[in-house]
Ligand binder design. Sequence first.
Ligand SMILES: Cc1ncc(COP(=O)(O)O)c(C=O)c1O
Length: 406
Amino acid sequence: MTAPARTRSSAELIRAEEPVLAHNYHPLPVVVARAEGAWVEDVEGRRYLDMLAGYSALNFGHRNPVLIEAAHRQLDRLTLTSRAFHNDQLAEFAESLAALTGQDMVLPMNTGAEAVESAVKVARKWAYEVKGVPADRATIVVASGNFHGRTTTIVSFSTDETARSGFGPFTPGFRIVPYNDLAALEAAVDETTAAVLIEPIQGEAGVVIPDEGYLAGVRALTSRAGCLFIADEIQSGLGRTGRTLAVDHEGVVPDVVLLGKALGGGIVPVSAVVARRDVLGVLQPGEHGSTFGGNPLAAAVGSAVVGLLETGEFQRWAAELGAVLRDGLAALVGKGVVGFRARGLWAGVDVDPAIGTGREISERLMQEGILVKDTHGSTIRLAPPLTITDAELRSALETLEKVLAA
Ligand SMILES: Cc1ncc(COP(=O)(O)O)c(C=O)c1O
């Protein structure tokens, strides 16, 4: 049977969503129907260059042929077993991911928030069993401006009132310190501290890059204090910044690394906690789980993602083209851009508020065939697929210049 012909326009589909979909997002008014590489096409056949890439979930482009082939192959053999049984894809996925990240063990989950939740549980258990923190006294130190997901425990330590308001009571056991402030971190860590949980670059906050030495400082401090360093690389990891992990820029190896988004190749949700054996080894059968975590389809796609990163090609391209992005943005400072932060193919661009809000700029760019998304106020975030060409990136920068000048 063939699919029925599409009968509804973009405008009709957007109107149809309104009464039946929860309003937890405020999408741009574009209805995507097809995609390939760095390009998406809407219902009417208009093409847009995707400069957001699913908040880095599409690092390898839409429908990357290597990943699609791996998914097809697996779809035809086995898709789900639950962890009640072993499946023949999981060992290779865990081996290759541990090797790629320089860690020992993998806890496979599905979404980013689940990986963060899992790490919170593992860190607490590690604190009680290995560090000897008295029962129920463990604390985790986090940074202001963080974004780690949307569950009740995670929003408990958010500093974004929109994310928290109306969702209490909150989970205790978290201390919040300013980001990029080692002295404040030092003051917050004590004998109850299980872990310091931070993003090596704060994505949602507007691609906020800490000072050189901060990540190495967090590593030294946590080692000294005998607590875990958990790096949330769910958005910053897997090639985005021009290295496999953002912490690689400072040659730092955290105790626990959280991955998600691009790990699923833009095909399926795949996340993971990767850590040393003495950390993840605290989990015993029955203490934690997920029906879908580590399913064979996810594992096959995840292994193929790791395969792409093992060549180093995407990291090199992100670094090389990242210089084009940085230079292009630097040339726009004073021409509508008041500031920007960039690393690899990832940038937060602060637009002069007199020109428009981030939302308004995003809508104007959309009309010119470029998809981006605002973060806070007048900041827009650029995170194109790492498969974008030099010409495509330069053309996006020209369009940005034109929109800012209009
Ligand atoms: C750093 C970071 N951690 C966690 C998450 C949550 O991931 P998910 O939306 O898959 O739950 C995100 C999502 O944007 C993120 O950027």
